[in-house]
Design a protein around this ligand. Structure first.
Ligand SMILES: [Ca+2]
Ligand SMILES: [Ca+2]
Length: 90
């Protein structure tokens, strides 16, 4: 005899693990993009480096939260998170 509740729990677990995998993957992608843009490897993106990415150059001043003219990885990932969460709400 099958228990519907077990099937339900099993599918929730499956979905959760898929979502976790997806999250790890996208975090790794973000890091790879940041690294590929950071040509002088000083762990921050100058406006020139950010110009390699259309989205970053368009929103540079917005992403540069402390206004020092460089995007740190923290500013970059914070912006991406914001983009994602606002995208999900729609
Ligand atoms: Ca740099
Ligand atoms: Ca900054």
């Amino acid at each position: 005899m099958r228990h519907p509740i077990l099937v339900f729990v099993a599918s929730i677990l499956a979905i959760t693990s898929v979502m976790a995998d997806d999250k790890d993957k996208s975090m790794a992608d973000e890091e790879a993009v940041f690294k590929s843009l950071d040509r002088d490897t000083d762990q921050r993106l100058s406006k020139t480096e950010a110009s390699g990415d259309e989205m970053l150059s368009d929103h540079f001043s917005m992403i540069d939260a402390d206004g020092d003219g460089y995007l740190t990885k923290r500013e970059y990932t914070a912006h991406l998170k914001e983009m994602k969460s606002s995208g999900k709400e729609r």
